[in-house]
Design a binder for this molecule. Structure first.
Ligand code: PXP
Length: 236
């Protein structure tokens, strides 16, 4: 059965709009856990546009479930991750000009950096997941660099409609089977919401869905506790 990893980045987006103290992503994480999220996910971007260093270290102290740090495979962020010791690190591509993480990590092209970050953190007991497109070569490279999990980028599925969406779902299904066959844990995320999440939750071997924007958006209208609880129930 798939589970929810709640991404609280966009609580910090609202806070950073005023460079103030509210709303606090740490409070969002605690409410999310109480509502049934079994993992708290945050992306400490190099440009610090939403989550700040203070957030990740406070989260490390208070999160009772699991802390998943999304991060670029850079020396600066890897050093922070070594201090932080998240339960899981999800390595993502990062471009300063992008609005959000636009595509999966090209593990094949960035092998040296990804392998170094993977090994450095894995040796300290951090579970390493690579955020990749549902692509055979990327899955194989994920295994080769020593990561234990994949997170499939579901953005193309989320943006597609009709038969194109069915084709994207089939790509995800084939990729899930391939990753599992190589001994990799299967996670997914990006662009998932209450309308499109169920077919992804039903994919074979799906362990963790990381969802942020749609839940934080819905929370404006129904409250965070309810928004998380409803998503957890749908995924189940
Ligand atoms: N997973 C990864 C690796 C991401 O980078 C993001 C976006 O930060 C998400 C999941 C969550 O995506 P969304 O906010 O669209 O739910």
């Amino acid at each position: 059965m798939a589970t929810l990893g709640l991404n609280v980045d966009h609580t910090a987006t609202v806070r950073q709009a005023r460079r103030g103290t509210e709303p606090d992503p740490v409070a969002a994480a605690l409410i999310g856990e109480m509502a049934g999220a079994v993992c708290i996910t945050v992306h400490l971007r190099e440009d610090r546009r939403h989550i700040q260093d203070r957030d990740v270290f406070l989260l490390r102290e208070v999160v009772q479930t699991r802390l998943n740090l999304e991060m670029a495979a850079t020396e600066e962020i890897t050093k922070i991750a070594l201090d932080l010791r998240p339960d899981q690190a999800t390595i993502v591509p990062e471009k300063r000009e992008e609005v959000t993480t636009e595509g999966g990590l090209d593990v094949v092209a960035n092998r040296a950096a990804v392998e170094w970050t993977t090994k450095t953190l894995r040796d300290k007991g951090v579970l390493i997941s690579l955020f990749i497109d549902p692509d055979e070569a990327q899955i194989a490279a994920t295994r080769e660099v020593g990561a234990q999990a994949v997170e499939f980028h579901t953005g193309a599925y989320a943006n597609a409609r009709g038969s194109e969406q069915a084709a994207e779902l089939e790509r995800l299904r084939v990729a899930s089977l391939a990753a599992h066959a190589l001994g990799l844990q299967v996670n997914a995320g990006h662009g998932l919401n209450m309308v499109n999440v169920v077919p992804v939750a039903r994919l074979p071997h799906m362990v963790e869905l990381n969802i942020g924007h749609s839940i934080i958006s819905r929370a404006l209208f129904v409250g965070l506790e309810r928004a998380v609880r409803e998503m957890v129930e749908l995924i189940r």
